[in-house]
Design a binder for this molecule. Sequence first.
Ligand code: G6P
Length: 369
Amino acid sequence: EQIEKGGFEHFMLKEIYEQPKSIHDTMRGRLLPEEGIIKMAGIWDHMEKFRNAKRIIIVACGTSWHAGLVGEYLIEEFARIPVEVEYASEFRYRNPIINKDDIVIAISQSGETADTLAALKLAKANGAFIYGICNVVGSSIARLTDAGSFTHAGPEIGVASTKAFTSQLTILTLIALKLGKHNGNLSNEKFMSLCYELESLPTKVEKALKTDALVQEISEVYKDAKNALYLGRGYNFPTALEGALKLKEISYIHAEGYPAAEMKHGPIALIDENMPVIVIAPKKGHYDKVVSNVQEIKARKGQIIAVVTEGDEQVKNIADHVIEIPDCSEEFSPILASIPLQLLSYHIAVMLDRNVDQPRNLAKSVTVE
Ligand code: G6P
């Protein structure tokens, strides 16, 4: 096992550090900016279906569901196809409306999650075209679907998903860009510039990993917190949900993710000098709005840990701690912002002496209801 961990103390840390490579592997042979294309047989072979789709329904559980939420933003923005994201466990039991021209995409690292599998079977029985985004080749979901794309992140051992998540985001980005290019919603110029930027993402992830020592120091300050709040807007609302889930899963600290603007409808009542608030505030997107949220938190004496774009000044002046990630388009920021959040939960869990790779009560793959 020590050998498998490649010198890292835990599989989770190893997998966090593998992300420049795993993201690169997800894109390898697919993202070909020099040729001006994204090559994905699963999409290309069924382009008519995607072109005629009235909507896409994404079904998933856990971290994969968070990836699905980012997928909704990506596909709606680049391809202008309406997307709904559903918890597979809810979808399967609520007699959902499924039409023949719907495409149902299941996202699942393991490809074995019972609820996701059942949701897909229901969609298939109702005539929808079903597409799988899985990490495990030969898994049940991969075998059931009409078509799909493997994430190729490599085996993920840590129960808390890290590299599989960022690979899911990568594949969803590729799908959204490809659909947008082929259905005419994305100009060639925009498509090309996003493709080139995507190509440079593994290098930026490497840079984001350099926050590790700083994140470790911050973890020391907040390791005894009883609660934590994660806030983000737009593309980084799902990032906030995922950050909070990571902390809950492995450190057993109660954490909630919220869309930053919803704070005033409840969570703001929780903020006092004992509440760490992790704010995802990259420069692109709704930056000014997030800045005013940060001011509201500070006015209530909350402890602010902000994930910002390198060189940021505004948030730095207000926040207690800032973690800088490389500049990137808003659409790619969940990938970069997730890195320090994974590290934060990891270090806190280690400091609390938790079983990082196999947290209590959790399973890597939930194959029963
Ligand atoms: C379990 C795992 C999570 C995972 C979820 C969905 O809860 O502990 O890490 O996100 O299942 O799993 P899947 O394999 O379908 O992505």
